[in-house]
Structures are given as structure tokens and as C-alpha cells.
Design a protein around this ligand. Structure first.
Ligand SMILES: NC(=O)C[C@H](N)C(=O)O
Length: 511
């Protein structure tokens, strides 16, 4: 990291300090503190007194934006469910391209950074007094800040939801085929992924997405987590069942030969290959660097994204405090960290270098009609299906913030946005699955923004300078954090572009 960048960043902030950035932004876009009080928050005056400037010093934060009723445990379930999604399926592949030790190091780093980023979000929302990501953007940079946050949340979560529904589309027909003991796919409607995805959306996802509050989804989240627990146990069990090397067919051997040739040409292109994942051997590698290693960062970043959901969950928490919410986040991140590591480790130790970028597909090589694998499929399907409503909530909120700000709750609007969003995602998954690749690109942009860049720059701008000067340690740390996010973003984007240019198509964010 370049040390000279930090003062530069600080200087930029100094030019447009918190609440006084009229020179840098157009007058209409600038939220004046007095204006916000009425525009953003009906109970504003009391809240402002509470939070500015002495409110943050109080031990117990009292938010007046909403009085939550969700318990600590349910909030842990909801946040864990928000973290966990299709990201878990890509981690074994990530491990095959980093080796166990490097993977553990990177996973730990991403988990810690993710927790720090939540800390920044919580601290900023304590100052502002409103627990909405978009509102932090508004307080920091006016309307452009609000729009940037809302757009990043919308794109990231639509990408995540499409990836979940895509799993439904491709896996449910296989599950039904296996249940019915059919050798070949038939043309019946119940074998058609497109109909099935619509059916699942209408019967399971939509009713859950229509709940008025996220807190009501706690039980569904708990169930979703147990399904992933089952997935994990099965992955561990399978490691001791599946032989290595696998009994292969001719065609697969040719495939692996091609893959070896590709990694050799990558080496010639200038990548340092300390130990390329050997497609044929059955010994674990502890440290690997190859052309695919760079994808592990976007894969892991995607797997830990939950930041759009943190503040909505905080809003609904009973007796909220920053400490309590940080504790919920840390528990969720730790549990997911362990699940991610174990799933990746045992997935990798089952197939070693042959693990595919989507773990479930790899089990097809063994026996696509295996009963346990069938149950695992059903479990993963259930888990990702039940995650869709949680991930949909922040998008609806972002849309409301962008288009209907300040309006009272309306059931018609609540239902319409959910129906429109789900219809759009269904259409995307049914008619344009190839477009989903674009979400790899979007994921590479929006994930670093939501995890690193926005929490850091919003924090720098929102935290009053008299409390924390620009050169204070927390703000310098936050600036470094933003810079790290920019580096991640540039890195992920360049690798995806290189991937597209060379026709690879293994971009991490596409999970
Ligand atoms: N919530 C998200 O945006 C992605 C989620 N962390 C996943 O792994 O699928």
C-alpha cells in the first residue's frame, strides 16, 4: 500500500468536510443538517440532539428511526443466512488454487476485514442516527452518495439472487429426475427448469418476500442454516467415501489433459507457478500460486458480502446497541468462516485439483444419482431459496430510498416492488442466463464498494472532525481500507477482463 495516498485522501476529505461540503457538491444535492432533520427522519429533532455532537459518547445508543422487536438469536440467524449463499460452492475451487495454508490466510483476512467494515458502518450509523446504508451515503456525499449506495446494493443483491435462482433452475430438474428414477430427461413440464424456477418463486420466495419485516424470516433463516449444516456434514462424509483418483472415462481424461496444457501456457505468460494444482494426484497442496489464484479474492469477498443486510437487521433488533450488533455480526461471521473453511477443505480433499468452480457439479462425476448427493442438492436448493427473501429486502429498501423517499409504508408499494423484482430476476434467469456472466463484472465492482470503499469513505466524512481529526488513527485506517478496496476492485476487474479476452469464463463473482 502506498503511504503517500493516505494524506492525499485525507486532503480530499478536508476540502469537503462533513456537513459543509457545499463547495464540492451542487446545492440541491447537499443535505444540510437542519434540512435532513425533517426530510429524512420525522422524529429528527430529538434524534439529532441525541446523536450530534454528544450522542455518540453515550454508552447506549437510542435509535428513534424504528423500534425493533427481533431477538439476538433470530438476528444471528438472519445475518448468517444473508452471508451464506452460493458463495460456499466456489470455495473448494478457490482452495484448489491457493493451497490450504494460503486459503486459510486469505479467508481469515477477508473475514476480519468484513467484520471491520461492519464496525465502520455501525459507528457511522450511530453518528447519523439512521440505520440505512443509503442514508449514510446521503449524509456523507449528498444525493450522489445515496444513489451510489442504493445502486451498488441493488446490483449486488440482484446478482446474488439471480445466481441462487439459477441454481434452482439447473438443479431442481436433476433432483426430480433422480427421484423419479429416470435415466433420461423427459419433456414433461416438471422437468423444465424454467417452469420450476417460476413455481419456486411464486410458492416459496414471494410469500416470504412479502413479510413486512426481516425479523419474521428468522425461522426460515434458521432452517436454511440447518440445510447448509447438512450440506457441510455430507461434504465431510463424502470425503471418506469418494475414491481418489476417480474411476474415469476416456473423455474426462482428455479434458484434464487440456486443462494441464492451459495451465502450462499460463506459466509461459508470466505467472509464477509454485505448485500448480495437479489434476491427477491425490495429495493436498498447502501453498499454490497459479493463474486462477487471483480469482479467490473475488470469490471470498462475494462469499462474505452481507453488508446491505446489516443495517436493516440492526434496525429491527430489540434493545439495539452498536456493541450488540457488532457481537451478532462477529458471531455470524465466525460461524460462516468455520463453515466455509470446512466445506472448502473437505470439498478440496475429496477431489483435489479436479474440483470444479461449482462444488455440486463435481459430485456429478462420481455418481449423479447417488441418494446422499441428491439430498445435499435438495439441502443447498432449500438454503439458497430461503436466502432470496433476505437478500431482496435491502433491494426493496434501496428502491424505496431512490424513488419513494419519505413516503409512509404502503402495502401496495411493498408488494409491487417485490413482484417486479422477482419477475425481473426470473426473466433474467430464464431468458438470458448468459447475461449472468455480467454479474461477475458487477460483483467485482459492487462487492468491494459495499465491503470496503463505501463504509470507509462514508465513515471518514460522517465522523465529525472535532471528535476524530483526519489524521487520527481510525480515519487513517479507514482510508487505507478504502484504498485496499480500490486495489481489490481493480484486480478483480482486470482478471475478469483478461478472462473474457482469453475466453476462460471462470470469474469468481459469477457464483
Ligand atoms: N449476500 C450476498 O450478496 C452473497 C452471499 N454472501 C453469498 O455467498 O451468496
Amino acid at each position: 500500500m502506498d503511504a503517500t495516498d493516505v494524506p492525499l485522501q485525507a486532503e480530499m476529505v478536508e476540502l469537503v468536510p462533513n456537513g459543509k461540503h457545499a463547495a464540492a457538491l451542487t446545492a440541491s444535492a447537499v443535505p444540510s443538517l437542519a434540512g435532513d432533520r425533517f426530510e429524512e427522519n420525522q422524529s429528527g429533532a430529538a434524534e439529532m440532539e441525541e446523536f450530534l455532537p454528544h450522542g455518540a459518547e453515550k454508552k447506549q445508543t437510542h435509535f428513534t428511526d424504528f423500534e425493533g422487536k427481533t431477538s439476538f438469536g433470530m438476528s444471528v440467524f438472519n445475518l448468517s443466512n444473508a452471508i451464506m449463499g452460493s458463495g460456499i460452492l466456489g470455495l473448494a475451487y478457490a482452495m484448489a488454487n491457493t493451497g490450504i495454508i494460503l486459503f486459510l490466510f486469505l479467508l481469515t483476512a477477508v473475514a476480519l476485514l468484513s467484520s471491520y467494515s461492519i464496525h465502520l458502518l455501525l459507528k457511522s450509523s450511530g453518528i447519523v442516527g439512521i440505520r440505512a446504508y443509503e442514508q449514510l451515503g446521503y449524509r456523507a456525499f449528498g444525493t450522489p452518495g445515496k444513489l451510489a449506495a442504493a445502486i451498488a446494493i441493488t446490483l449486488q443483491n440482484i446478482g446474488a439472487m439471480s445466481s441462487y435462482l439459477y441454481i434452482v433452475k439447473s438443479e431442481v430438474p436433476l433432483v426430480i429426475q433422480t427421484f423419479l428414477n429416470l435415466e433420461e430427461k423427459t419433456t414433461d413440464w416438471y422437468m423444465n427448469g424454467n417452469y420450476l424456477v417460476i413455481l419456486v418463486s411464486i410458492t416459496i420466495i414471494l410469500p416470504l418476500a412479502l413479510m413486512k419485516q426481516l425479523g419474521y424470516l428468522g425461522y426460515a433463516s434458521g432452517f436454511s442454516l440447518s440445510c447448509m449444516g447438512f450440506f457441510l456434514i455430507s461434504v465431510i462424509y463424502k470425503k471418506f467415501q469418494v475414491p481418489c483418483p476417480l474411476p474415469e472415462q476416456e473423455g474426462n481424461l482428455t479434458g484434464s489433459l487440456n486443462a494441464t496444457l492451459i495451465s502450462t501456457s499460463d506459466y509461459q505468460n508470466g505467472y509464477t507457478v509454485l505448485q500448480a494444482p495437479d489434476q491427477g494426484t491425490c495429495t493436498p497442496s498447502f501453498f499454490t500460486l497459479n493463474s486462477q489464484t487471483a480469482y479467490t479474492i473475488p470469490i471470498m469477498a462475494f462469499a462474505f458480502v452481507c453488508h446491505p443486510e446489516v443495517l436493516p437487521i440492526y434496525t429491527e433488533l430489540k434493545d439495539p446497541s452498536k456493541k450488540k450488533m457488532q457481537c451478532i455480526s462477529n458471531i455470524s461471521i465466525t460461524v460462516m468462516y468455520l463453515m466455509y473453511f470446512l466445506a472448502a477443505l473437505f470439498g478440496y480433499l475429496t477431489f483435489y485439483g479436479r474440483v470444479e468452480s461449482e462444488l455440486l457439479h463435481t459430485y456429478n462425476k462420481v455418481d449423479p444419482f447417488d441418494v446422499l448427493i441428491l439430498c445435499v442438492r435438495v439441502a443447498v436448493l432449500t438454503a439458497v431459496t430461503l436466502t432470496v427473501p433476505i437478500v431482496l429486502f435491502p433491494v426493496r429498501r434501496a428502491i424505496q430510498q431512490m424513488l419513494f423517499q419519505g413516503k409512509d409504508f404502503s402495502w401496495i408499494r411493498h408488494v409491487t416492488i417485490a413482484v417486479v423484482l422477482l419477475t425481473f430476476i426470473n426473466l433474467l434467469v430464464i431468458f438470458a442466463p448468459s447475461i449472468l456472466g455480467i454479474f461477475g463484472m458487477i460483483g467485482a465492482t459492487s462487492a468491494p464498494c459495499l465491503i470496503f470503499i463505501f463504509p470507509a469513505i462514508f465513515y471518514i466524512r460522517i465522523m465529525p472532525k472535532d471528535k476524530e481529526p483526519l489524521r487520527s488513527t481510525p480515519k487513517i485506517l479507514a482510508a487505507c481500507f478504502a484504498l485496499l478496496g480500490v486495489l481489490f476492485m481493480i484486480m478483480s476487474l482486470s482478471f475478469i477482463i483478461i478472462d473474457w479476452a482469453t475466453g476462460g469464463g471462470k470469474s469468481g463473482g459469477s457464483h
